[in-house]
Every structure is written in structure tokens, then in C-alpha cells.
Design a protein around this ligand. Structure first.
Ligand code: GLU
Length: 303
């Protein structure tokens, strides 16, 4: 497949949508990002990467890191994680508190904020420093040693993090969280602040297309665990629009409020698209349209 020509065609097709939607405003450091940016990259299983537009420009990964944190926590700590977090779509906004009380402090899935806090808590217990462990993992998988935290974004999230603090304290009251809440929040905000490009993310996610094999050929996840992570991405990875994402794109995907979306074609390739304008669910408007075009033009979907 001529990925380069394909990506250029997709970029031209979605160009009218670039700039629509709004960047995340509840994190002030993200609100000022130029909404006219657009980049898309595809990595094949061997690590050859193709891209167009702003595909090498680092952006704030935000919730896209949740999929990598989940994979690391499973690889280091196994299935016990699922005692403290579910794997069903929430049908609620990503930072909602309501459902947590009805469900006794166990979040619906690892990709809403409450569930991601549980995953980071687990990683913190297993490693002593979840965000640094994650950063090293992302550097290794992407082959880019320059991937870094953005201290300004981490500080901005911490300053405006009342909702995440509420989620964490609430879960701690049920015993879902093992570490002191302030330390957990700090680690979580650093995790969300990691900056990467579309090329970096497409490369880093390859273990999901390679049935659990890392870039160096060693195994991160069993074949079955890789299938499970992809399944949770498909059902829960794009906020409360996962049904719409499955309908339009038909791939496991994980989005973030920085405007990035990673998608996986198991056994074939990984994709990452970035454009900061978000729809009302928190998914990139142009990003979602680009992935829709990709699967429509190529027929590469899990369905
Ligand atoms: N750091 C963001 C938060 O915790 C991540 C949200 C997202 O990308 O969905 O609110």
C-alpha cells in the first residue's frame, strides 16, 4: 500500500475541517494551542513511518498516555488491576463523578479519568514513579530519546485539577487507591503532560498491532492481553463517543484532549492523527474525519 500518497489524499480531504472545534479550555496551557494544526502518521509493523502535515510536531498527549499506562501496568502487575477498575463503556463524560458513587468507587474503565487514576496508582505502587517509567517506555518504543514532559502543562493541570483531585479522594475513601492522593495526582499530571509527535505515537503503539511484541522483539503483553487492550480501546477509548468512533472508523482508538488520536490495525499498522479542535465529546474533529477516511479508502478496519 502506498501510505504516503494515501495520507496526502486524506490530509487534502479533511483540510476544510482543520480549525473547527475548540481546543480544551479547562487546561489553560492547552487552550492557547494553534487550532490550525494537522498531522497524520502511519507506522508499519517493522517501524517504517510515513506522515504528512505536522506529523513530526510534538503535542500534548494527555489521555492518549492512558493506553500505554494500562499496557505497562498489565505487563508489570498482571490481571489484579481488573479488581479495581472495570472494562465497560461509561456513557458519561470522562471526568464525571456521578457513576463512581453508584458503583462503590470502582471506575467503569481505565480510560475515563477515574480509571486512569487507578492505573497510575497501580503503576506508582509497582515502580515508585509511574510517569518516569512511562516516559522511558515511550522513548524506547518510539526510538526517540527526546520525548519529554511539558512542565508548563503539568503545572497548569495541577493548578486546575480540582475535578481529578475530587475523583482521587473519592476513590481513596472506598479503598480503591493505594497511594497518598497528592503523590498520585502529581504523577498523573506529569503523565498527561508528555509531549510526542504523531510519528512518535504511531511507532510507540506498534506493540498493539504486533500482538504484544515490543519494538525490540521482546514481549510486553501476551497475545491475549494485547487483544484485550485493543478491545477496551474500541469500546471505551474515545470518551462517550466510542460507539460513533467504532461506527465511523471501526478500529481500536484512544484520543486525548490535546487533539491526538492513536488507532490500531491489528497485524498491519498503527496510526496517529493530531489536530487540536475538539468536538463536544473531546475528540479531535479533523482527526476523527481523517481516520474515517483512512478506513473507508483502504478497507483496513477490524470489521
Ligand atoms: N489531563 C487531562 C485530565 O485529566 C486528560 C484528559 C483527557 O485527555 O481526556 O483532565
Amino acid at each position: 500500500m502506498d501510505y504516503q500518497a494515501l495520507l496526502e489524499r486524506i490530509a487534502a480531504d479533511v483540510a476544510p475541517l482543520v480549525g473547527s472545534g475548540t481546543p480544551a479550555e479547562y487546561i489553560p496551557a492547552l487552550a492557547s494551542v494553534d487550532r490550525d494544526r494537522f498531522g497524520i502518521a502511519v507506522a508499519d509493523l517493522d517501524g517504517k513511518v510515513y506522515g504528512t502535515g505536522d506529523w513530526e510536531h510534538p503535542f500534548s498527549t494527555q489521555s492518549v498516555t492512558k493506553v500505554f499506562a494500562l499496557a505497562l501496568a498489565l505487563s508489570l502487575g498482571g490481571d489484579d488491576l481488573w479488581d479495581r477498575v472495570g472494562r465497560e463503556p461509561s456513557g458519561n463524560p470522562f471526568n464525571s463523578l456521578v457513576q463512581l458513587e453508584y458503583e462503590n468507587g470502582i471506575p467503569r474503565n481505565p480510560f475515563i479519568n477515574a480509571g486512569a487514576l487507578v492505573v497510575t496508582d497501580r503503576l506508582l505502587t509497582l515502580t515508585g514513579d509511574a510517569s518516569s517509567e512511562l516516559l522511558e517506555f515511550l522513548r524506547a518504543e518510539s526510538g526517540n530519546p527526546d520525548i519529554a514532559f511539558d512542565p508548563e502543562v503539568a503545572a497548569s493541570e495541577s493548578e486546575h485539577g480540582d475535578r481529578n483531585a475530587a475523583l482521587a479522594h473519592f476513590m481513596a475513601s472506598y479503598g480503591t487507591i493505594a497511594n497518598p492522593v497528592p503523590a498520585l495526582l502529581e504523577d498523573y499530571f506529569w503523565q498527561c503532560s508528555i509531549e510526542m509527535s504523531c510519528a512518535d505515537l504511531a511507532l510507540a503503539a506498534r506493540f498493539l498491532a504486533r500482538h504484544g511484541l515490543r519494538a525490540d522483539g521482546t514481549r510486553l503483553l501476551s497475545r491475549s492481553e494485547a487483544k484485550q487492550v485493543n478491545a477496551v480501546m474500541l469500546t471505551c477509548g474515545t470518551y462517550d463517543a466510542a460507539g460513533e468512533f467504532a461506527y465511523r472508523v471501526g478500529l481500536p482508538g484512544k484520543s486525548g484532549v490535546g487533539g491526538g488520536i492513536v488507532a490500531v490495525v491489528p497485524g498491519r499498522c498503527t496510526l496517529c492523527v493530531w489536530s487540536p479542535g475538539l468536538d463536544r465529546h473531546g475528540n479531535s474533529v479533523a482527526g476523527m474525519a481523517a481516520l474515517d477516511r483512512f478506513t473507508t479508502l483502504t478497507g483496513l478496519s477490524v470489521f
